[in-house]
Write a protein that binds this ligand. Structure first.
Ligand SMILES: [Ca+2]
Ligand SMILES: [Ca+2]
Ligand SMILES: [Ca+2]
Length: 857
């Protein structure tokens, strides 16, 4: 009620003040038609004119993480994706776990420049159609209904479109002529409504902790009117929207969720069919606009002896220049032209043209920058020790910050207190968790649903930007860290770790190698799973959605007190609590997980042998137990990943157990599995890399036999140079592909080490150059705080502060169909672009040490 009153008031004021203004805007809109801008549907199925692209469900909600802010009607405005989520939606400001529509049909009508989509909300048996047609300098968006709105959605379903806050910060709007400023921080008015009024969220979960009051928050509008002009002062972001029927409302989604956007919305009318709602939408287009070239290079710099090739990304309407230059910065602060050379045209990749600038001939150590046209890059270094410190932030800062069950301090700052001391309860059966975890109709343990499983509040890392323990990513970290320890004897000591008092202090040596302390910390949790449950588990995670989206100190994600059913919710006796917030353990058993874990624990037992003997023994015992309980037993191949995943995991277990125990039964099984797997594919992840890692422990025949596969592998990696100008595998759907690039470089390191005649060191550098800035879209390093310019806004657990965790490596570029790669550096909340995950970070530590070994030769 209160909302309606407020809206009417604002509307009335606007109407009185702005009648004159509105008619002049309409006049303006219609006179602008004379100019050339016309959005036409191109061969890729989206509306295009120079400076403006409008996608209409080129990207659809894929159901993986619900609303990822990457589907529906979207605007790429002067090269930047500034708008998404144009669709019929059921909330003023949809959150990630609010219902998203399914696309039933999509028709592109190129001849009359129009796209039709039909949307469905299955939970409400509600279908709607949207037509987008080019008109004047924009598009008309028409919503039509065959049947009237379901009663439950009256006053709730509406046409929404969302605008990226970062693109509108420090800018203004006019709604029916009434000016306002886009808020830098959310502080608009909200009201409470009874829970009975709430539209469902994903699978009945709720993002809101209502403390038992059965209510929810409804954000009120910042402004209401017929015409909204977004950022009229800024030609690059100026968008006009006019409602032909109904009212427009402008909302700030961040009142409900820090990752919310600015939303323009009109409610669909009740009890009507046919064309029920129409908007005219016009993103301003700067005449003859061209995206500025992006000069892509390694922000870390280059070793004197390596190839040095910058890639220049050009708008397809840009005319390529013939030359670029390398400048050196002298000790006097002067810039000296060191090299000017011809550019080589590489050609088209997705939506841009690419040039290459080769400055390999320059070998003198020093500070340099690149110049193309009137554009200069940030400085970078050419020198023998450019790679020496690149992994320090990852091991010194990122990994300590991810350490679970510990308080983590850094100088004057506490990153987090010791969290999750109330771990953990047996997850109930037949449960689908919102983060992908699942329980079948059995627990596969001796514990009853929701019974406490002892011994799990120790060790482990926060998996990513969220705070769960994922066993498989622990397996990767343990294997990568053991490899790093064994091959490079990394004894760096910049972290104080005291397990007894659960205290970690960053930049404080304690006489113990940090990498062993990390291996110990990961192993402590994984071995505790096997000892207390009988086998490893998929993960340990909070049960409630209103806990899961936690931002802030991890210690507050639960109350840190074990659940006590004798107390009421939110009641505590000081030692336990009646709030069901303890994490749940997802315990279904799988052979692949058992084998993977066996491999990681067998490896950890070697690294820990002289550091923590009793833990080393426990790790090896657990590894052997997992092997014995799975080997030669019938397996359920319906598990995630199926037979291929099981055999890859078994291979890893066999190899690691062999290296640890030298027992022939393991090496026999390893080679039995390896060759058929290489015959299936040399390109697949795992096979060739595992074979190369095994090589030092195998006989000479092994190396001879492997050589043929390395030749085939070399052919497979050379194909990348034809696919894209960077020569690395770019996978970019759903989740950015940096992990694949790092693993590609690691495999190439091994291949170069053992078969230098076949694979040159450049195949390793290519991967590193890409991670450090020689990649599409921008030229920043994907490793926070490594390189002159690097990711300073990322999806760590501190993302709401628009900041980073030093040493974190992000997934990188996400592909928006059909041709737009993106990695935002002003918006931290795209997990597929910007979320640090522990396994990629540990692989990066290995690769960094590998490249240092290479350059020291
Ligand atoms: Ca997670
Ligand atoms: Ca240490
Ligand atoms: Ca608790």
């Amino acid at each position: 009620m209160k909302i309606m009153t407020m809206m009417r008031t604002i509307k009335d004021i606007c109407r009185c003040l702005n009648t004159v203004f509105i008619s002049s805007v309409i006049l303006f809109l219609s006179t602008a038609n004379a100019s050339a801008q016309k959005l036409k549907i191109n061969d890729l199925g989206y509306f295009e004119t120079r400076g403006v692209n409008i996608f209409v469900f080129s990207n659809q909600y894929n159901g993986m993480f619900n609303d990822e802010k990457n589907a529906g009607i979207e605007i790429i405005h002067h090269g930047v994706r500034t708008s998404t989520g144009g669709a019929v939606r059921l909330q003023n400001t949809p959150e990630q776990w609010d219902l998203v529509p399914t696309v039933i049909s999509r028709k592109v009508n190129k001849d009359n420049n129009s796209i039709d989509v039909e949307l469905k909300y299955g939970d409400y048996d509600f279908n709607s159609s949207i037509n987008v047609t080019s008109k004047d300098n924009g598009v008309m968006i028409t919503v039509s209904l065959d049947k009237p709105l379901p009663a439950k959605l009256e006053g709730k379903a509406g046409l929404n479109i969302e605008f990226l806050p970062a693109s509108y910060f420090r800018k203004t709007y006019l709604v029916d002529g009434k000016p306002g400023g886009f808020p830098l921080y959310p502080s608009s008015s909200t009201t409470m409504e009874p829970l009975t009024q709430k539209v469902l969220q994903y699978a009945g979960h709720s993002t809101f902790d209502d403390r038992g009051r059965k209510e929810f928050i409804v954000p009120g509008p910042l402004a209401t009117g017929k015409i909204i002009l977004m950022a009229p002062e800024d030609p690059e972001n100026f968008v006009k929207i006019q409602a032909l029927d109904g009212d427009l409302m402008l909302f700030d989604g961040r009142n409900l969720a820090q990752n919310g956007w600015f939303i323009v919305r009109s409610l669909l009318p009740s009890k009507k069919t046919g064309n029920v709602l129409q908007w005219y939408l016009e993103p301003n287009a700067i005449p003859n606009w061209k995206r500025a070239p992006v000069i892509q290079f390694s922000q870390v710099g280059y070793h004197p002896g390596q190839e040095k090739v910058a890639v220049i990304e050009l708008d397809k309407n840009d005319t390529p220049l013939t030359k670029a230059s390398l400048y050196q910065v002298t000790p006097e602060g002067k810039f000296v032209e060191k090299l000017t050379a011809n550019l080589v045209q590489w050609g088209r990749y997705l939506r841009f043209n690419y040039l290459k600038f080769d400055f390999t001939s320059v070998r003198d150590p020093g500070i340099y920058f690149l110049k193309y046209g009137d554009q200069s890059t940030s400085t970078f270094v050419i020198g023998p020790d450019v790679y020496a410190n690149i992994w320090h932030p990852t091991l010194d800062v990122f990994f300590p910050v991810q350490m679970d069950h510990m308080m983590v301090n850094e100088a004057y700052r506490v990153w987090h207190g010791a969290p999750f001391l109330d771990d953990a309860l047996q997850a109930p059966i037949n449960h689908q968790h919102f983060d992908g975890y699942r329980m079948s109709d059995v627990t596969d343990t001796k514990y009853k649903p929701l019974e406490r499983i002892p011994g799990l509040n120790v060790g482990g890392w926060f998996d990513a930007g969220d705070f769960d323990i994922q066993t498989l990513s622990h397996v990767s970290v343990l294997l990568n860290f053991v490899d790093t320890w064994e091959k490079f004897k990394v004894d760096r000591d910049e972290t104080f770790v005291d397990q007894a008092t659960r205290y970690v202090d960053i930049h404080r040596p304690d006489g113990k190698p940090d990498i062993l302390q990390q291996i110990e910390h990961g192993a402590l949790n994984v071995v505790a799973q096997v000892e207390n449950i009988g086998h490893p588990v998929r993960g340990i995670i909070v049960p409630n959605l209103h806990q899961y989206h936690h931002l802030g100190d991890a210690i507050n994600e639960t109350d840190n007190l074990p659940y006590n059913p004798d107390l009421k919710p939110y009641e505590s006796d000081g030692k336990s609590s009646g709030t069901m917030d303890d994490r749940w353990v997802f315990t279904n058993r799988s052979a692949a997980l058992d084998y993977s874990t066996a491999g990681a624990l067998a490896a950890a037992s070697r690294a820990l042998r002289d550091y923590n003997r009793s833990l080393a023994d426990r790790c090896l015992a657990a590894a052997k137990k997992m092997w014995d309980e799975n080997f030669d037993k019938p397996q359920n191949t319906n598990q995630p990943g199926g037979q291929m995943f099981i055999s890859g995991s078994e291979m890893s277990a066999a190899l690691q157990l062999y290296i640890t125990t030298k027992e022939d039964k393991y090496s026999k099984r390893f080679t039995e599995l390896l060759w058929p797997s290489l015959d299936r594919s040399v390109a697949g992840r795992g096979g060739i890399s595992t074979a190369l890692q095994a090589l030092p422990y195998m006989d000479n025949d092994f190396k001879t036999k492997l050589k043929g596969y390395i030749i085939k592998y070399k052919e497979s990696i050379d194909a990348f140079a034809k696919e894209n100008p960077y020569g690395v595998p770019i996978t970019s759907r759903g989740w950015g592909g940096n992990s694949g690039v790092i693993n590609f470089a690691i495999t190439n390191y091994y291949a170069n080490k053992y078969f230098p005649d076949i694979v040159s060191p450049e195949y390793v550098y290519k991967g590193l150059n890409y991670i450090f800035g020689c990649h599409p879209y921008s030229n920043i390093s994907f490793v926070s705080a490594v390189g002159t310019r690097s990711k300073e806004i990322a999806y760590g657990n501190n993302r709401a502060d628009f900041t980073f965790i030093a040493g974190g490596v992000v997934p990188g570029l996400l592909l928006f169909q059909p041709d737009f790669l993106e990695n935002k550096e002003d918006w931290p909340f795209f997990w597929g672009e910007n979320e640090y995950v522990i396994d990629i970070c540990s692989a990066y530590v290995f690769l960094s040490n590998a490249v240092n070994e290479m350059v020291s030769k």
